[in-house]
Write a protein that binds this ligand. Structure first.
Ligand SMILES: Nc1ncnc2c1ncn2[C@@H]1O[C@H](COP(=O)(O)OP(=O)(O)OP(=O)(O)O)[C@@H](O)[C@H]1O
Length: 561
């Protein structure tokens, strides 16, 4: 890093903890070392280890005011900052306006502190995905946010006042609760009606003029309708009687009377609604009908490249999620065949399908809701500071690899890979074991489906091997993945080539004292997976990861007193 930035960071920390350094090993934060290469606690740098990207100072019992103007004497110094995690300390004072000058900020987590005063206008940070500020003492009206884009948002338990805007999309009352002076539809607290202002004569003119024009249009429409009716009446009189189409009346009638939920299905064909919904055996949704799905309250919890995800709570049932895939060019029969094939293969670490629905325009898949979140959240958004230690990471990797290898083996003849494996599709079950969700929902182009050769099989399933390699890299580096992970893969490969392998590992793993030998072992497996020219099969990968896990377990028992 540039000397100015180092000095600025040290000054920043001095204002937070004047005089006394926290008693944390390898703390750093001094002018004689580099925040990136010397790995200061709480600092995460870019892949070239040159620029500070993330500041993560969570649950360190730090107090004081956060002075961005000192970290960024020139705001350009901080332009690259993407993550600011300061939760669980005792920080106080105002969140400075200068924060909105950081155009690349994606995640701001300042929850559980003592921040006060009004928040700046966050709609200026166009890249923002996370804003968590619950449990502070923030005041004033809610600032503007690009709610449509935000993935996580919470301002509960503060002192905000005024209306909650209506465009806050999928964030429900929980994200705003505990602010006694907030009002709005979301919170079921009506906002006081504003006093009418005296209108100007011009506005009166426009206002009443509008009514006159509207009245005129209505009169013309009625006249047209009457005219048309008279004409058809004439026709009926003169033409011989015609058979009514049996569908026309029914379909429009049923469309009008059908109750709608947020994901109301606009494309259901007349009649046959329930027949398109296939409910597989599952204790959670005994007797679930398509109509129940439509009627239940639905909350949008994700909008990915391939479709949207809704959390639905049917009357009296457990919460489920409904994945809605649009524009999947697959015939109804083929889709049904595929879903039945996937349902026929069960593994404890693969989330089973509960039901599916198919119409021409869209496909719906129903799964059980998993309340413990995903591997993505565990790695990158962990709120309560729980440790995701090396042993657990290795065991996660092994369970996922084994499950994936099993699915590949069982679905080998049908050539159905997962197709979209990533840490947000690896969920945590109630017992905190990982399970892979959304298996087989991706349209895959097969090179030659009629002539299944070994090469076809390898090339079909290698998409998952690559994706699993990226998940391993995420587990090892603790870094989030963008797009398909090729950036992370390239970075790791280049660091390893320069023989700085140690640099890639998540600091938390180093601090924990995880076995470097096995971390390097797992890294080698990851690099084999992302090697696109000669990838191993999932079965080979699972064998390599399990043997590392066994080695780890052996070392734990032998080092026990
Ligand atoms: N069954 C489930 N229970 C609980 N949370 C889930 C479930 N399935 C997915 N999620 C979570 O909901 C969020 C949105 O999921 P979604 O699948 O729409 O997004 P994505 O994985 O980022 O995108 P996509 O799969 O379309 O590429 C993710 O955080 C995911 O972890």
């Amino acid at each position: 890093e540039d000397e100015n930035v180092i000095q600025a960071l040290v000054t920043f920390m001095d204002t937070l903890v004047p005089g006394n350094m926290p008693n944390i090993p390898n703390w750093g934060w001094n002018t004689s070392s580099d925040p990136c290469t010397s790995k200061w606690v709480g600092i995460i740098c870019d892949k070239d280890n040159k620029t500070v990207k993330n500041i993560v100072l969570e649950k360190l019992n730090l107090s004081g005011t956060v002075d961005f103007d000192s970290v960024c004497p020139e705001i350009t110094n901080c332009k690259k900052l993407t993550h600011l995690f300061l939760s669980g300390n005792r920080f106080s004072g105002k969140i400075p306006d200068s924060i909105t000058e950081l155009p690349n900020l994606k995640r701001i987590v300042i929850s559980n502190n003592k921040f006060s005063n009004e928040l700046p206008d966050f709609s200026k940070i166009t890249s923002l995905l996370t804003f968590l500020a619950q449990n502070n003492q923030l005041t004033g009206p809610l600032p503007r946010f690009n709610y449509n884009q935000l993935q996580d948002f919470n301002v509960a338990n503060n002192n905000f006042n005024g209306p909650v805007p209506d465009d806050t999309g999928r964030f429900d009352a929980n994200s705003f609760a505990g602010n006694p002076q907030l009002c709005g539809n979301k919170l079921s607290v009506p906002c006081p009606v504003k006093k009418k202002k005296k209108k100007s004569k011009f506005r009166d003119f426009v206002f009443y003029g509008g009514y006159v024009i509207l009245g005129f249009i209505i009169v013309v429409l009625i006249a047209l309708l009457v005219f048309k009716k008279m004409k058809t009446h004439d026709h009926e009189k003169s033409d011989p009687p015609m058979k009514n189409s049996p569908d026309s009346g029914r379909s429009s009638g049923s469309r009008n009377s059908r109750p709608r939920s947020e994901f109301s299905i606009t494309s259901v064909e007349s009649g046959g609604v329930s027949t398109s919904m296939v409910v597989l055996s599952s204790p959670v949704v005994n007797g679930l009908r398509f109509e129940d799905l439509l009627r239940a309250p639905a909350e949008l919890i994700g909008r990915g490249k391939h479709g949207s995800l809704y959390k639905v709570k049917p009357d009296g049932g457990c919460p489920i999620v409904v994945k809605r895939i649009k524009d999947w060019k697959i015939s109804r029969d083929e889709f049904k065949k595929r879903m039945m094939k996937i349902d026929g293969v069960k593994h404890p670490n693969v989330l089973p399908l509960v039901a599916y629905y198919s119409s021409k325009q869209e496909k719906l898949l129903v799964y059980e809701y998993q309340q413990n979140g995903s591997l993505f959240r565990l790695l990158h958004e962990s709120q309560n500071g729980q440790m995701f230690d090396w042993g657990s990471r290795l065991s996660f990797a092994s369970s996922i690899a084994t499950a994936l290898a099993f699915m590949h083996q069982e679905l080998q003849a049908d050539l159905i890979p997962h197709g979209n494996l990533k840490s947000s599709n690896i969920l945590l079950k109630n017992n905190m074991e990982p399970c892979i969700s959304e298996y087989g929902l991706m349209p895959i182009d097969h090179p030659d489906p009629d002539q299944t050769s070994d090469r076809t099989t390898i090339s079909t399933f290698k998409i998952d091997v690559y994706a699993f390699g990226v998940v391993l890299l995420e587990l090892l580096t603790g870094k989030p993945v963008q797009d398909n992970g090729s950036g992370l893969a390239k970075w790791v490969s280049s660091v390893v080539k320069e023989e700085w392998t140690g640099e890639v590992f998540d600091k938390a793993l180093i601090v924990e004292g995880a076995s470097e030998e096995r971390m390097v072992g797992l890294l080698q497996v990851a690099l084999k997976c992302v090697n696109t020219s000669m990838p191993p099969s999932m079965a080979e990968v699972a064998a390599m990861v399990s043997s590392l896990k066994e080695e780890e377990e052996r070392s734990m028992t032998s080092s026990d007193p």
